[in-house]
Design a protein around this ligand. Structure first.
Ligand code: CA
Length: 225
């Protein structure tokens, strides 16, 4: 899952970026509204954290432009003051949720998880596909109840597939949602990661859809012996 942070306060941006990476997200940062708008318009983010008070272009304008351009990704706005006017303005501009500064990082992470989950059509924080479970609250992955250790990249890949259970996901889509903007992307490495994750899970939940990509699903009628 890939997040964009649009925030001009360097300290806060660094703090959010560190926490988000720790929680298993790929993170890009824009320090002003113009760059933020450009990135949100051109890169496929799973969610965006948008400060309202930004240089060059304010957050509400950025958000209105995205929505007018048909960008539907979930957006959480940060408001500097506890004034109802800012929140109403932001929500009317197309925000999905808001937080008032100062906030506790845990709350930001929880709201983000809920936004990403809802936009992917998942109701529960615990994603379950057959014997595979992924707890989005702590990043724990289990197969038939046993914990599986995944690297950061392997986790990002599995998390994206679990959020989009049953849908065909192309290599390009996976690449765009697990790597950060500056990363030297090579979609061939996706196959390597897929094979590692398959080996670690050791249950046939990741199907290859020839010429199209991958699909994560559990077929109950899979013959077993
Ligand atoms: Ca600001």
């Amino acid at each position: 899952m890939r997040i964009l942070v649009v925030e001009d306060d360097d300290n806060l941006a660094a703090q959010m970026t560190a926490q988000l990476k720790e929680a298993g997200y790929s993170v890009d940062h824009a320090p002003d509204g113009e760059e933020g708008h450009f990135l949100g318009d051109t890169e496929p983010y799973d969610a965006i954290i948008l400060d309202l008070g930004l240089p060059v272009m304010d957050g509400a304008t950025v958000l209105r432009k995205w929505r007018a351009e048909g960008r539907a990704m979930p957006v959480l706005i940060l408001t500097a003051r506890d004034t109802w006017g800012d929140k109403v303005d932001g929500l009317d501009a197309g925000a999905d949720d808001y937080l008032t500064k100062p906030f506790v990082m845990e709350e930001l992470l929880a709201r983000l998880r809920a936004l990403i989950r809802r936009s992917a059509g998942q109701a529960s924080a615990q994603l379950v596909v057959g014997p595979v479970q992924l707890d989005t609250r702590n990043g724990r992955v289990t197969v038939n109840g046993s914990s599986i250790k995944l690297t950061a990249q392997e986790f990002k890949l599995l998390s994206y597939l679990m959020h989009h259970e049953g849908k065909v996901v192309s290599r390009t889509e996976l690449t765009e949602h697990i790597y950060e903007q500056d990363f030297d992307r090579d979609s061939n490495t996706i196959e390597v990661f897929i094979n590692r994750v398959r080996k670690k899970l050791d249950v046939p939940v990741i199907q290859t859809v020839r010429g199209l990509g991958y699909r994560l699903e559990w077929e109950d009628d899979t013959p077993r012996d």
